[in-house]
Design a protein around this ligand. Structure first.
Ligand SMILES: NC(=O)c1ccc[n+]([C@@H]2O[C@H](COP(=O)([O-])OP(=O)(O)OC[C@H]3O[C@@H](n4cnc5c(N)ncnc54)[C@H](OP(=O)(O)O)[C@@H]3O)[C@@H](O)[C@H]2O)c1
Length: 268
C-alpha cells in the first residue's frame, strides 16, 4: 500500500510505503505520478487532501483554491493506471437542513460557506473525470497520530480534567467514527465496478448532535456526562468565523444497497 503525504512524521504500519509529495506543487505531483507509473499495476486511489477548515478557507481563499481545486484537477489528469478513484467530500455540500430531512445524493446542493462551495466544485471535477465521490458526515475518533490531536482527544482531555465541555445540542449530523467511515470506503473499493454509484453518502443511521457525541465519549470513559454542557447554535457567535449549516443529516440508503448492509452504526 502506498500513502502520500507532504509531512511524513511516523509510520504506523510496515505494510505502508510512504511517499512525500505536496499535492499543490506541480513538480512534486509529476514526479509522484512518474514514479507510480513505473510499477506494473493499477491503483485504487483514495484522495483525502484538502484545505478544509471553513474559517481558514474564507481567510485564505487563494491558498484554499490552489489545494482544493487546482491541485486536484492536476492530479486527476496526471495519475494513470487508475482502477478506481474515490474522493472524500462532505455533508457540507448540502447546506442547511433540518431534523426531519435526510439529504439524498440527488438533492440540490446549496453550501453555506466557501469550503462547501469548493467541495461542490471538486466533486464536479472528480465525477466529470469519470471517478467517484463519497460524502462523509462529521467524523470523530481518537487521533492515530500522536502529534496531531483530534476533536475527540480535546473533548476527552477537557472532561478528564474535570472541566466542562460545551457542545451543540441542536445541530445534527449523521455522525460516524473514522474507523467505520474508512472501512466502508475500503469495502466500496473492494466491491467497485463501473456501475458503483458515482456519488454516495457514507453516513450513520443515527441523527446525533455534537452534545450526544460528547456524552457518548464521557460514558465510554466512565466520566460524568454532567461535564458535557449542552449549548445552542443560536449562541455560537464567536465560536465560528464563517457560517455553518445547523443540521445536515444524510440518507444512507444508496450505500447500504451498494454494499449490501443492513445498518451503519457509529462505533466510538
Ligand atoms: N473529518 C471530518 O469530519 C470530515 C467530514 C467530511 C469530509 N472530510 C474530508 O475528508 C478529508 C480528510 O479530512 P480529515 O478530517 O481526515 O482531515 P486531515 O487529517 O486534516 O486530512 C487532510 C489531509 O490533507 C493533507 N493536505 C493538505 N494540504 C496538502 C498538500 N498541499 N499536499 C499534501 N497533503 C495535503 C493534510 O496534510 P497535513 O497533515 O500535512 O496538513 C492532511 O493529512 C478532507 O478532504 C475533508 O474535507 C472530513
Amino acid at each position: 500500500m502506498i500513502a502520500v503525504a507532504r509531512n511524513i512524521e511516523e509510520s504506523t504500519s510496515e505494510r505502508v510505503n510512504w511517499i512525500k509529495c505536496d499535492i499543490s506543487v506541480e513538480t512534486e505531483v509529476n514526479a509522484l505520478c512518474e514514479e507510480l507509473k513505473k510499477k506494473e499495476t493499477t491503483y485504487n486511489v483514495i484522495y483525502l487532501a484538502a484545505y478544509h477548515h471553513p474559517d481558514l478557507v474564507a481567510k485564505n481563499p487563494k491558498i484554499a483554491w490552489d489545494v482544493n481545486i487546482t491541485a486536484l484537477a492536476r492530479f486527476l489528469n496526471c495519475m494513470e493506471d487508475v482502477r478506481c478513484f474515490f474522493y472524500s467530500s462532505t455533508d457540507t455540500v448540502y447546506g442547511n437542513g433540518s431534523t426531519d430531512v435526510h439529504f439524498k445524493e440527488t438533492d440540490v446542493v446549496d453550501p453555506v460557506n466557501l469550503y462547501g462551495k469548493h467541495k461542490v466544485l471538486a466533486e464536479q471535477l472528480v465525477t466529470g473525470y469519470g471517478y467517484n465521490v463519497v460524502r462523509y458526515p462529521f467524523l470523530i475518533a481518537p487521533s492515530l497520530v500522536k502529534s496531531k490531536k483530534h476533536f475527540y482527544d480535546q473533548i476527552l482531555e477537557t472532561i478528564e480534567k474535570g472541566d466542562t465541555m460545551e457542545m451543540f445540542a441542536d445541530s445534527y449530523r449523521s455522525t460516524l467514527d473514522f474507523g467505520t467511515a474508512a472501512s466502508l470506503l475500503v469495502k466500496s473499493i473492494e466491491q467497485y465496478t463501473k456501475d458503483f454509484p458515482k456519488i454516495v453518502n457514507i453516513a450513520g443511521d443515527d441523527d446525533l448532535s455534537k452534545y450526544d457525541v460528547g456524552c457518548m465519549i464521557a460514558k465510554k470513559h466512565g466520566i460524568s456526562t454532567d461535564l458535557v454542557k449542552p449549548i445552542s447554535m443560536a449562541g455560537s457567535q464567536g465560536i465560528f468565523g464563517v457560517k455553518r449549516a445547523q443540521s445536515a443529516l444524510m440518507d444512507n440508503t444508496k450505500v447500504k444497497e451498494a454494499l449490501g448492509l443492513a445498518e451503519i452504526k457509529i462505533n466510538l
